[in-house]
Ligand binder design. Structure first.
Ligand code: HEM
Length: 785
C-alpha cells in the first residue's frame, strides 16, 4: 500500500468517530465557556480598572504581548513569519509518491522550537518552590514619621504598587497546596525610593536562631536523601530528629503543629516579617521593628482530614482560591502594622529582641496598624511573574535597615546568591523585579543583560561627572540616599551566642497556654499524626520528652497516642508550666470586624425536582452577601426543577459540578434545598457522604423541607433536625434545618448572631467558619467520613 493509499484508508475509518469527537468537543467547549465566561469577564474588568493607577503594572505593560492576538501571526523568535505547515511537520524529504524520507537538520524553525522547549525549566527555588502570586497596592493610612523617614511609611498620599508571593516551604514546585507547612508571605513594595521586600511567613517565629543552621534545617526537612521520601511533609524522622536536637525550634514547632500550619486560604493568614529590622527617623534616631499583616477576613484554617484529602482532590486549592476571589471582585486585604522598640528599650525584655525564635508579645509591644495591603490583580503569566520574582531581605529603602539578628544577616546574603543560580546575574532586570523608580549605576554586562547603557564610561569617578552618587546635603534632601546607621560596635570576634538566646521554652509554653480548647486538641492531634509517621523510636521518644518541657498534659496526650515515653518515665526534673498567657496568639481572636461570608464557597446540592424558587433566591442572597454559591448535581448538565419540562428552552439550571468531580472538602458550607429531588438524593451514597463529611469537617449544613430527611439519614441521632411540617428553624451544632419557609426567602441576608430566619442562621454559621463543639463534644468521632 502506498503512503497515499494508507492515508485514505486511515481517514475513512476515522471519519465517523472524528465527527462525533468534534461534536463532543464543541459541547465541552460550550460548557467550559459557560463556566468560565462570567468569571473571566468580571475578572478582566476588575483587572483592567486597576491597570490605570498602578505604576508597576504600567511598567510591566511595556514587556507584555497578547497571546490571543488575532492580527499578529506566528513568527520565529527573530520575527520571521511561519507558514502553517511549519507547526505540523519538520522539514523532510518526501519522494514523488508521497513516501517519507529523512528529516533535515537544516530546519532552523524546528530546531529553534526544540531548543526553546529543551530549556524551558529553570531550577526551582531551593525552598518555597511552590507558590502563587498577585499584584496590588499598599496604602499608608497613618504616618510613622516619628520612627522612620522612609517615604513609603510616612507619605499618606502615596499608593505603592506591590507584588505578593505566597508559598509552602518544603514541597517541590508541583507539590500540593494544603500540606502542613509554614506559608511564605513575601511582599515586594515598588516604592519611589527603590524596591522594599518583606520576605515573611504566616508564622511570626522561626526554627533556628542562626543562619548557619539553615542548610541543615532544610536538608532535614526536605525528602530524605536515600529515597527522596516524603514530598512536602514534615511527618518523617529527619525533620523531627533535627528539630528536637535543636531546643531553639520548640516554639516554632508549636506554631507549625497548630492550625496555622494548614490555612484555609492565603487570604486568611497573618503575615509576619519575622526578623527584627530597624527604622531610622529624620532626626537620625534608630529603633527596632517587626512587621505584621492582619487579614480582613480573619485567620482561618482547614481541619487536618480535609487538608489531607484536598491534597489529592485539588492540589491547587490555595492558588485557585486566590484567583477566584480576586476575579470575583473580592480583593484580599490585610492591615499592615509595626511593632517598635526604641534603642533605649532594647535590653528591657526577658528575651533577646534579635532572636527570631521569639515573638514580641503584644501586651508588651502593641502593634500599631498604619496601612492596608490589597491584592486585586491576578498575574498575567505565571512563569514570568510568580516564578521569576526574586525577593531579598536585603532590599530595603532609606529609613529602613537591618538589625544584628543573626538569622537576618545570613538571609541578606542567601537570597541574592541563590537567585544568581536560579535566574542569572541580571535577574533584577526582569520586568517583575525591576523598580518603578529610575535606576542607574556602573554595574554592567553578565549573562542576559537587557539594558543598553550608552556613553563612554562605566566607572566612577569619571571625567564627565556622569551618574554621580548623591554627594551633597542639598542633593540628599531632594533624592534621599541610603545611609547606614552609625552603629557603635565593640566586642571580641568569636562564634558565640548572647545569653538570652539560650532560653528556648518560655514562649512555647506561653503559646500552648494561650490556645483555646479546640486549638489545643488540634495541636495534640497534629503532633500525634506527625510522630506516628516517625518509625525511629529515638526520634518519637525524644520528641515526647521535649513536649514535657512545654506542658505535661500535652506530653501525656501525645505520648499515649504515639506510643512514646510518658512524662513520668523521664529521669531528671522537668520544667514547670509558668501559667502565663497572651491574648494575641490564638487565631480565634483574629476575626473580621463584622461577621462576613465574603468569598466563602457554598455548595447547593440538587437533582431533578428541586425547588426552583428557593434555589434562585438562595443563590441571589448568598451572592449579594459576597459568597460564591455553586450548584452541584448528579451531572454537569441541565437539572430540572419541579414542574419543568426537560429540553424546554428557559427550563433547567446548569450544574457547575457533579457530586463526584467536586467534594465537600472544597466548600465552606452545604445547602440542601427543598423539593421532590430529596427522594433521589436520599438514596445517593455520595450525597450522604457529602453531608457526613461536611459534618466531620465541622462545616455548616443547611436543609429545608423535604431535604431535612437527608440530614436525618446522614446524621441522626447526633443532631436535632426540624420536623418537616414545622416552620421553626433548628440550629443543632451548626446543622440548620427548617420544615418549610412560608413565602420563601424574601429578605436580604442579615448576618448576625441569633438571626431568626433560616438563611440568616445558616449565613451566620458560615461566618463563624466552623462549629468546634462537634469535635470538642466527640460527635465527629461517631461519623464515618
Ligand atoms: C525568618 C526566617 C525566614 C523566613 C521568614 C523566610 C521566608 C522565605 C520566603 C517567603 C521565601 C520565598 C520567597 C518567594 O516567594 O520567592 C524564601 C525563600 C528562600 N529563603 Fe527564606 N526564609 C527564612 C529564613 C531563611 C534563611 C535563614 C535562609 C538562608 C540562610 C533562607 C534562604 C532562602 C532561600 C535561598 C530562598 C529561595 C529564594 C529564591 O530562590 O528566590 N531563608 N524564604
Amino acid at each position: 500500500m502506498s503512503t497515499g493509499q494508507r492515508h485514505n484508508a486511515l481517514s475513512s475509518t476515522t471519519n465517523i468517530p472524528r465527527r462525533l469527537e468534534k461534536k463532543k468537543r464543541n459541547t465541552m467547549s460550550a460548557v467550559m465557556e459557560k463556566v468560565h465566561d462570567k468569571l473571566s469577564q468580571a475578572g478582566d474588568a476588575i483587572q483592567d480598572s486597576s491597570l490605570l493607577s498602578n505604576a508597576k503594572v504600567a511598567s510591566i505593560k511595556a514587556d507584555m504581548v497578547d497571546g490571543h492576538a488575532k492580527s499578529q501571526k506566528m513568527t520565529t523568535d527573530f520575527g520571521v513569519t511561519l507558514p502553517e505547515t511549519a507547526s505540523n511537520a519538520w522539514l523532510r524529504v518526501v519522494d514523488g509518491e508521497g513516501r517519507q524520507g529523512p528529516m533535515l537538520l537544516e530546519d532552523s524553525i524546528g530546531r529553534e522550537k526544540i531548543h526553546r522547549f529543551d530549556h524551558e525549566r529553570i531550577p526551582e527555588r531551593v525552598v518555597h518552590a511552590r507558590g502563587a502570586g498577585a499584584f496590588g497596592y499598599f496604602k499608608l493610612k497613618e504616618s510613622a514619621e516619628d520612627v522612620t523617614h522612609a517615604n513609603v511609611l510616612t507619605n499618606t498620599s502615596l499608593t505603592t504598587p506591590v507584588f505578593v508571593r505566597f508559598s509552602t516551604v518544603l514541597g517541590s514546585r508541583g507539590s500540593a497546596d494544603t500540606v502542613r507547612d509554614v506559608r511564605g508571605f513575601a511582599v515586594k513594595f515598588y516604592t519611589q525610593e527603590g524596591n522594599w521586600d518583606i520576605v515573611g511567613n504566616d508564622i511570626p517565629v522561626f526554627f533556628i536562631q542562626d543562619a548557619i543552621k539553615f542548610p541543615d534545617l532544610i536538608h532535614a526537612a526536605k525528602p530524605e536523601p536515600d529515597n527522596e521520601v516524603p514530598q512536602g511533609q514534615s511527618a518523617h524522622n529527619n525533620f523531627w530528629d533535627f528539630n528536637i536536637l535543636h531546643s531553639e525550634a520548640t516554639h516554632m514547632l508549636m506554631w507549625a503543629m497548630s492550625d496555622r500550619g494548614i490555612p484555609r486560604s492565603y487570604r486568611m493568614m497573618q503575615g509576619f516579617g519575622v526578623n527584627t529590622f530597624t527604622l531610622t527617623n529624620a532626626a537620625g534616631e534608630r529603633s527596632f521593628v517587626k512587621f505584621h499583616f492582619k487579614p480582613e477576613l480573619g485567620v482561618h484554617s482547614l481541619v487536618w482530614d480535609e487538608a489531607l484529602k484536598i491534597s489529592g482532590q485539588d492540589p491547587d486549592f490555595h492558588r485557585k482560591d486566590l484567583e477566584e476571589a480576586i476575579k470575583n471582585g473580592a480583593p484580599a486585604k490585610w492591615d499592615f502594622g509595626i511593632q517598635v522598640i526604641s534603642e533605649s528599650q532594647q535590653d528591657a525584655f526577658e528575651f533577646d529582641i534579635l532572636d527570631a525564635t521569639k515573638i514580641w508579645p503584644e501586651e508588651l509591644v502593641p502593634v500599631r496598624y498604619i496601612g492596608e495591603l490589597v491584592l486585586d490583580r491576578c498575574v498575567d503569566e505565571y512563569f514570568s511573574q510568580t516564578e521569576q520574582v526574586a525577593f531579598c531581605t536585603s532590599h530595603v529603602v532609606p529609613g529602613i535597615g537591618f538589625s544584628d539578628d543573626p538569622l537576618l544577616q545570613g538571609r541578606n546574603f542567601s537570597y541574592f546568591d541563590t537567585q544568581i543560580t536560579r535566574l542569572g546575574i541580571n535577574w533584577q532586570e526582569l520586568p517583575i523585579n525591576r523598580p518603578v523608580c529610575p535606576y542607574l549605576n556602573m554595574n554592567r554586562d553578565g549573562a542576559m543583560r537587557h539594558r543598553i547603557t550608552k556613553g563612554k564610561v562605566n566607572y566612577w569617578p569619571n571625567r564627565f561627572e556622569g551618574t554621580a552618587p548623591v554627594r551633597t546635603a542639598e542633593e540628599a534632601s531632594a533624592i534621599p540616599a541610603y545611609k547606614e546607621y552609625p552603629q557603635q560596635v565593640v566586642g571580641i570576634k568569636q562564634r558565640l551566642q548572647a545569653p538570652k538566646f539560650k532560653e528556648h521554652f518560655n514562649q512555647a509554653t506561653l503559646f500552648w497556654n494561650s490556645m483555646t480548647a479546640i486549638e489545643k486538641l488540634h495541636i495534640i492531634k497534629a503532633f500525634s499524626f506527625e510522630l506516628s509517621h516517625c518509625d525511629d523510636e529515638a526520634v518519637f521518644n525524644n520528641a515526647c520528652a521535649r513536649l514535657a518541657d512545654i506542658d505535661v498534659e500535652l506530653a501525656k496526650a501525645v505520648a499515649e497516642k504515639v506510643g512514646g515515653v510518658m512524662p513520668d518515665q523521664l529521669s531528671g526534673s522537668r520544667r514547670q508550666n509558668h501559667g502565663k498567657k497572651s491574648a494575641f496568639l490564638s487565631q480565634m481572636v483574629f476575626i473580621p470586624k463584622e461577621p462576613t461570608i465574603k468569598s466563602r464557597r457554598v455548595a447547593i446540592l440538587i437533582a431533578d425536582g428541586y425547588d426552583k424558587a428557593f434555589v434562585t433566591a438562595a443563590k441571589a442572597a448568598l451572592t449579594a452577601a459576597g459568597a460564591v454559591p455553586l450548584v452541584i448535581g448528579p451531572k454537569r448538565s441541565y437539572i430540572y426543577a419541579e414542574g419543568e419540562t426537560r429540553g424546554t428552552k428557559g427550563h433547567g439550571v446548569w450544574a457547575d459540578h457533579h457530586f463526584e468531580d467536586q467534594r465537600s472538602t472544597l466548600f465552606d458550607a452545604v445547602l440542601l434545598p427543598p423539593g421532590s429531588h430529596a427522594t433521589s438524593l436520599t438514596t445517593n451514597g455520595r450525597v450522604i457522604h457529602w453531608i457526613k463529611e461536611s459534618f466531620g469537617h465541622l462545616k455548616p449544613i443547611g436543609a429545608v423541607g423535604s431535604s431535612v430527611k437527608l440530614v436525618k439519614k446522614a446524621l441522626l441521632p447526633l443532631v436535632e433536625a426540624a420536623d418537616e411540617d414545622s416552620r421553626e428553624v433548628v440550629d443543632s451544632y451548626g446543622v440548620v434545618t427548617v420544615g418549610g419557609l412560608d413565602g420563601g426567602i424574601t429578605e436580604a441576608l442579615n448576618i448576625v448572631k441569633g438571626a431568626k430566619s433560616f438563611m440568616g442562621s445558616f449565613a451566620y454559621r458560615i461566618s463563624m467558619h466552623r462549629c468546634w463543639e462537634r469535635e470538642l463534644e466527640g460527635l465527629v468521632d461517631q461519623v464515618a467520613f
